[in-house]
Design a protein around this ligand. Structure first.
Ligand SMILES: C[S@@+](CC[C@H](N)C(=O)[O-])C[C@H]1O[C@@H](n2cnc3c(N)ncnc32)[C@H](O)[C@@H]1O
Length: 214
């Protein structure tokens, strides 16, 4: 799957859905960036979380499984090459649904974090929507419900200190173009997502969770 992500690097760097948004603002706020604060940005993609945290004065290290995303360190989220408590905060935005083992990745984030972990991801809505996600993007593994995230946090030794639910949206055609979904599959993706597309924009239910080490 990393080859696929290497090819997509530019699309994710320039994606407005990733470069901006209330979810991005909240992830940055909950990282409490400031001079002297160290943050690890997992699955950095186009680097939007890292950019915003650096602008706010934090010292940031980025990781990603795909070298094409040009992270500081190439590493899968479930096997991080850092010692315990290496960073004040670990952040991971809109990426966990691609991880083969999201719980193992969260445990790794908790291990290398000194204080807290901030996660933002799309939320499970239905099996039809999961089918649409997999058809649109073969690297999609699974979106999780809020209750599943709570149990992951508990198993990773994190207490949920804050959480927010929001509905982001994105241009539906741009969303398909970003992953180069074959033209033949697009009508089926649209059909599976009936009710979530309005005026050409797709609703993306999203959760942001702040976990503190317990
Ligand atoms: C949607 S992009 C991330 C968006 C980015 N965090 C942001 O806020 O704009 C998903 C990223 O997850 C990375 N990725 C996929 N599977 C991964 C894994 N198992 N471990 C680490 N990174 C992974 C991809 O290479 C890609 O850069």
């Amino acid at each position: 799957m990393t080859d696929l992500w290497n090819e997509r690097a530019e699309a994710y760097r320039t994606s407005q859905t990733h470069a901006t948004g209330d979810d991005l603002d909240l992830v940055v706020e909950w990282c409490e960036p400031a001079a002297g604060v160290t943050v690890l940005d997992i699955a950095t993609g186009g680097g939007h979380v890292a950019r915003r945290l650096r602008e706010a004065g934090a010292t940031v290290v980025t990781t990603d499984a795909a070298p094409g995303m040009q992270p500081d360190v190439v590493a899968p989220a479930d096997d991080l090459p850092f010692a315990e408590a290496s960073f004040d905060v670990v952040a991971c935005r809109i990426a966990a649904h691609h991880f083969p083992d999201a719980l193992e990745a969260l445990k790794e984030m908790a291990r290398v974090a000194r204080e807290r972990v901030v996660i933002c991801d799309n939320v499970f809505t239905s099996e039809s929507a999961e089918e649409a996600d997999r058809l649109r993007d073969p690297s999609h593994v699974r979106n999780y419900g809020v209750a599943e995230w709570h149990s992951f946090f508990e198993l990773a030794g994190l207490q949920v200190a804050d959480e927010a639910f929001m509905v982001r949206d994105t241009d539906f055609e741009d969303w398909l173009a970003r992953t180069e979904t074959p033209a033949d599959d697009r009508p089926r993706v649209r059909e599976l997502l009936t009710g979530r597309i309005h005026d050409g924009r797709l609703d993306l239910p999203t959760v942001v969770l702040k976990g503190v080490k317990s």
